[in-house]
Design a protein around this ligand. Structure first.
Ligand code: P6P
Length: 338
């Protein structure tokens, strides 16, 4: 389990303390993480009063995936990008809300940031938890002035940091720099994220499965058999699994991190390569889950080892507790069609 803490440590203090453990650290990544924390506070304030300030509803445009863009999506995108632009550390941003790369003022910045600025936006209007997701890479050819998409096509194992903000009953920021997973809860009275969980460890096995069963008929045989397996009696608990599906990936993953189990978004007739985006949904959340002791697969291999070919590409994902994901992948391998 994770280490609960009652010592009041703010996100900024925690980031500085973590940086001080690396004498050679320049402080740039720390500043980038603080920038994201600031944007998260601003977004949280608007998410929590969207109904009053008329930020609910669609703005009439559609994003690169043909999905109607909600006003809060655009607000979150703008807040994140302007926060990252301030400290001249990030050279470009790739966001779900923008077709191509967004070059920032500092073309010499050493970091590349992928964003899903407001994931789960279909839930905005019904007051269900939504989230922001970020994934940070080092730029390889740092001082090449000609920033191109290819600079950003790096596998998830090259992430230097990743995390999410969950706008739920409370606002939680959870991130990793490869040294474990820490979570911070926003105290609105202080306007500060306060450390609430350190060194998160996902349970090795859980009895919750999370998948949109509406697409059952188009699943591959092994997945159908795995879900039926979950609906039989679990050896360890003597009862079937519970099904939980919020429809906001950040919320479903955070529950999986805390309680264990498995989240699946498979390929289907509607989404032959899966619906979820590799670079700004699956890779960052896989980094978090792996750092907490879980695993994340695309059904065959490790999500974070996929070499991307496009910034908006999609992938199937099986992610969560080690034993649950291994069992699901075993069913996929042992029950192929035919
Ligand atoms: P479906 C939200 O739109 C999202 O991108 C993820 O947050 C979520 O896990 C998934 O799509 C839900 O998709 O097809 O089940 O509605």
């Amino acid at each position: 389990m994770s280490t609960k803490t009652n010592k009041l440590i703010t996100l900024d203090e925690y980031i500085i303390q973590a940086q001080n453990r690396f004498p050679g650290a320049t402080g740039e990544l720390s500043q980038l993480l603080r920038d994201i924390g600031l944007a998260a506070k601003i977004i949280s304030r608007e998410v929590n009063k969207a109904g009053i300030t008329n930020l609910l509803g669609v703005d009439g445009s559609t994003n690169v995936h043909g999905e109607s863009v909600k006003k809060l999506d655009l607000f979150a995108d703008q807040q994140m990008i302007s926060a990252l632009d301030r400290s001249l550390i990030t050279c470009m941003v790739i966001s779900e809300e923008n077709d191509g790369i967004v070059r920032l003022n500092s073309q010499g910045g050493k970091y590349i940031v992928y964003l899903d600025p407001l994931d789960g936006s279909s839930n905005i209007d019904v007051n269900v938890s939504i989230g922001s997701i970020f994934s940070i890479y080092m730029r390889e050819a740092r001082f090449d002035p000609n920033l191109v998409e290819a600079d950003a096509l790096q596998p998830g194992i090259r992430q230097v940091a990743a995390g999410y903000v969950l706008y739920g009953s409370s606002t939680i920021l959870c991130y990793t720099t490869g040294m474990g997973v820490s979570a911070f809860t926003l105290d609105p009275s202080l306007g500060e994220f306060i450390l609430s969980e350190d060194n998160f460890e996902i349970p090795d096995h859980g009895t919750i499965y999370s998948i949109n069963e509406g697409s059952y008929n188009s699943w591959e045989l092994g997945l159908k058999k795995y879900i039926k397996y979950c609906q039989e009696v679990d050896e360890e608990t003597g009862r079937p699994y519970s099904a939980r599906y919020i429809g906001s990936m950040v919320a479903d993953i955070h529950r999986t991190l805390v309680k264990g189990g498995i989240f699946i978004y498979p390929s289907s007739n509607r989404y032959p390569n899966g619906k979820l985006r590799l670079m700004y949904e699956c890779n960052p959340l896989s980094f978090i889950i792996e750092q907490a002791g879980g695993i994340a697969m695309d059904g065959l291999g490790r999500i974070m080892e996929i070499q991307p070919n496009a910034i908006h590409e999609r992938t199937p994902i099986y992610i969560g507790s080690k034993k649950n994901v291994e069992k699901a992948v075993e069913f996929l391998a042992n029950h192929t069609e035919g």
